[in-house]
Design a protein around this ligand. Structure first.
Ligand code: ADP
Length: 309
């Protein structure tokens, strides 16, 4: 039995960082920490992100249409950590691409703060499994990149580079190049780079799938801490149910193609959580029972697998 939903006011609107940097505003006032995300009531009546009856079909090589997502209606609260799980091919990545406006839905609409999303923007940043750092730039320059695109002044960029590298514990590595870092460190640079543009929504597509278990555990801890400190809204795709329970306030389970919302689970276990905890394992088991049916369908479709063989 999964515990009840957290009270709505339990979701952070804005959270000041524990070790805020000082910033000077244009009015000369001193303010703390990263730019606050817009303050909105944390309710599903006014969601941060709202997918309204979103469908997407791809044109296949044979010219037919493949329905990847079918009438997704999903609301994500301000400051929520939402995890999406489902078998391979259920449209998880496609969904993130739609929110980032890297693709357009065939039907339906995507709203952020009640506004239709029509183009990519620095308010919605994606982080992928392959971190996509620029190898010719230093760590600091990689973190700076998005801020340059956003037109921030040199002084602001320097301040935020310092702040976000400290947040991911990489201050001493500012002048290194990505090839001089471990996989986990590179992923932390990618996280700092994404956070530095201060997006309202972080879209994470299996960001830790290629990492060894120990590094992944550490990054879970760091991501949870950063989420709590910055109050960002996170939509995190994974095929790893335990990871979803470890991190999410809510886990949304998708059906195999076409992707539809099959079930939602509110995870109200105390934080910080650990992958090996009994309660995490038990909750994951419950979700996995529901996911198994979809995994079987995906295996049948991908490999012609027949049950019992
Ligand atoms: P997931 O991330 O859950 O594995 P995807 O979003 O990558 O799923 O893909 C959903 C479905 O859409 C899959 O069946 C995939 O093969 C198909 N698909 C994804 N991208 C394309 C594309 N560009 N053209 C045709 N089919 C695609």
């Amino acid at each position: 039995m999964i515990p009840n939903a957290r009270p709505q006011d339990a979701y952070p609107d804005t959270i000041e960082p524990r070790n805020p940097v000082q910033e000077t505003t244009t009015s000369g006032r001193r303010s703390t920490g990263p730019m606050p995300v817009s303050i909105r009531p944390a309710t599903l009546e006014s969601p941060k992100v709202w997918l309204r009856d979103v469908s997407l079909s791809y044109k296949t090589e044979s010219g037919s249409r493949l329905l990847a997502l079918d009438q997704i209606d999903l609301k994500v609260r301000q400051g929520e950590f939402l995890c999406i799980v489902g078998p391979s091919g259920c449209g998880k990545s496609t969904l993130l691409h739609l929110i980032a406006a890297l693709q357009k839905p065939t039907a339906g609409s995507i709203m952020v703060d009640d506004e239709n999303v029509t183009a990519p923007g620095t308010d919605r940043i994606m982080i992928f499994q392959e971190h996509g750092l620029f190898p010719w730039l230093t760590v600091g320059q990689n973190v700076e990149f998005g801020m340059k695109m956003k037109g921030l002044s040199k002084a602001e960029r320097e301040e935020k580079i310092r702040y976000y590298l400290r947040l991911v514990h990489l201050s001493q590595f500012k002048d290194r190049r990505p090839h001089q870092l471990s996989g986990g460190m590179r992923q932390r640079v990618a996280l700092a780079r994404a956070l530095a543009t201060e997006p309202a929504v972080l879209l994470m597509d299996e960001p830790f799938a290629a990492l060894d278990a120990q590094t992944r555990d550490l990054l879970h801890d760091e991501l949870e801490r950063i989420w709590a400190e910055t109050g960002r809204t996170i939509i995190f795709v994974t095929h790893n149910v335990r990871e979803a329970v470890r991190l999410g306030n809510r886990v949304v389970l998708f059906t195999f193609r076409p992707g539809r919302v099959k079930q939602e689970f509110t995870v109200d276990l105390p934080r910080p959580r650990h992958l090996e905890e009994v309660d995490v394992a038990r909750t994951a088991r419950e979700i996995l029972d529901s996911l198994r049916e979809e995994i079987n369908k995906s295996l049948e479709a991908e490999y012609g697998y027949e049950k019992g063989l």
